[in-house]
Ligand binder design. Sequence first.
Ligand SMILES: NC(=O)C1=CN([C@@H]2O[C@H](COP(=O)(O)OP(=O)(O)OC[C@H]3O[C@@H](n4cnc5c(N)ncnc54)[C@H](O)[C@@H]3O)[C@@H](O)[C@H]2O)C=CC1
Length: 371
Amino acid sequence: MDNLGRLLKESWVLVEEQREKVSGYFYARMFLTEPRLRDLFPVQMAGQRDRLLESILTAMQTIEDPERLDEYLRSLGRDHRKYHVRPEDYDIMGDALLDAFRTCAGDEWTVEYDQAWRDAYRVIADRMLAGAASDDNPPFWHAEVLTHERRGPDIAVFTCQPLQQPLPYKAGQYVSLEAPRYQPRLWRTYSIANAPNDENTLEFHVRSLGAGWLSGALVRRVKPGDLLRVAAPMGSMTLDQTSKRDVLCVAGGVGLAPIKALIEELTRYNRTRWVHVFYGADRGEDLYALAELLDLADGHPWLSVIPCCGDDPEFPGEQGNVVEVMTRYGPWTSHDCFVSGSAAMVRSTLRALAEDEVPPTNIRYDTFGEV
Ligand SMILES: NC(=O)C1=CN([C@@H]2O[C@H](COP(=O)(O)OP(=O)(O)OC[C@H]3O[C@@H](n4cnc5c(N)ncnc54)[C@H](O)[C@@H]3O)[C@@H](O)[C@H]2O)C=CC1
């Protein structure tokens, strides 16, 4: 690791236990300096606070992979066009962030750490600005909800269609969504669950265990005819069409969404690569898209789908969580691996694949900064 990476990681340790304090201080300082920026954020800030730190974490996790970091920051910049952020706002945010770190870290914060974050922030801001400047698409798309289907008490599958122009993306990517009618200015990321198609429709799978926030509205309130806003696509969990390796997909719960998009994409050109999909949920009734997956497997001999349940002894398929089951079928050493689910599930899968000695470059996942 180079010196900058070391300084960032060392200094992060001083603040990581105090994330809430850091983000509280950051937003307070930023809104004090530029009250106009307050209007970009939702009335209730509680669900918003972690977003900034998640992005910083993702950037730090990719710092040793310059190509991935560059693409991540550029797409984050494209995504941030939805806020109508001005270049000078980036300076205000950078000052507020450094101030928050300094205040929360206390005496152990050094001049070296300060300079390291200043340098890193400059790189981050420049790449995000470059990403935003090179994007000819609108800052966000208005999309009309076409279908909305509840699949159990907490899960919905819905489709929408961008109105002004198609939204170009790659299978496996995710976007920020806003439902202005129900939760104005509250943007959250969701993976697109279908491969790009001629009708330009986008499918989403959402689970919400509580009543509040955006997922709650998307599951329980949104209906056909509603308008959503969709920001620029992001994410690196995409297929390399030139790869000859077989494919392993590991999906936990609604983490199936990007995996389903990848499978759809593969059905268009794949003839030669074996594709194994492990799809896990706690109970059989939570495997909300199993029938569709099995239909796809029926039509494509290269595709096998292995459903599993961790908490349903009556389930006729595999028993155990998706990582345990996938491990039983391994090793996966020479596969291209795609992993999607909760942060804990992704972490556990990465550990299992490391034991199989899968090269990290053959593993794709997007965790929105949580792993
Ligand atoms: N691109 C991505 O990575 C995406 C991630 N997600 C995330 O996927 C998650 C899905 O949530 P739910 O549907 O509620 O599913 P869930 O969290 O109930 O988990 C479903 C299954 O995943 C496995 N699993 C979960 N935690 C595990 C662990 N620690 N170790 C081993 N296996 C584990 C188990 O088989 C479990 O039955 C959410 O956190 C969501 O944010 C959703 C869409 C895309």
